[in-house]
Design a protein around this ligand. Structure first.
Ligand code: SME
Length: 171
């Protein structure tokens, strides 16, 4: 396994193209979901210098009512400042991406109704669902930027491809 990331490209698409095989090499050598999410967060943070990169994982709420199991997003491996720990389905950008089962790009977080401000310095964000092999959403990848309009269709396509190619295991 390569111990250091090699990045020579300067443009966004070129950087994604260079890190994708390196991410695949790292995660294919390991089956633990948390270890792989931790390294994916670290690689994206190192490659792009994003403000915050991390995963929220779909988990049971732990409610004592056993008649039906409710789920929520719980903070997983991340790189960056302290973040909120639990997000309900449909809430914020992360909970909306989970509910809609699709990537959401937010060019200006102040214009997104219900955005959850974990950090006042976050200005734009992208959230990409991670699908389990049964087709359900098992986690979301959240990336925040301290600049407006950082993310576009290039990020969406590369991140979706990256997460599709990684087997994080099932819920
Ligand atoms: N802004 C996110 C919450 C997570 S933090 O940004 C790390 C949201 O609205 O879902």
């Amino acid at each position: 396994m390569a111990e250091e990331l090699i990045i020579t490209a300067k443009d966004k698409g070129g950087i994604y193209a260079q890190i994708l095989p390196q991410i695949e090499a790292v995660v294919s050598a390991e089956t633990d979901m948390i270890a792989n999410m931790a390294n994916v967060s670290a690689i994206l943070k190192e490659a792009f210098g994003f403000w915050w990169v991390g995963f929220y994982i779909v988990k049971p709420t732990g409610s004592s009512d056993t008649s039906h199991v409710e789920e929520e997003l719980v903070l997983g491996p991340f790189q960056g400042p302290l973040a909120c720990t639990r997000i309900k389905k449909g809430r914020g950008v992360c909970g909306t991406a989970w509910a809609k089962e699709e990537t959401i790009i937010v060019p200006d977080v102040e214009q997104f109704p219900g955005h959850i401000a974990c950090s006042s310095l976050s200005r734009s964000e992208i959230v990409v669902p991670v699908f389990a092999s049964d087709g359900s959403v098992m986690a979301v990848l959240d990336i925040d930027s301290e600049h407006l309009a950082t993310f576009d269709v290039t990020d969406k396509e590369w991140l979706e491809r990256m997460l599709h190619e990684i087997n994080f295991g099932n819920k």
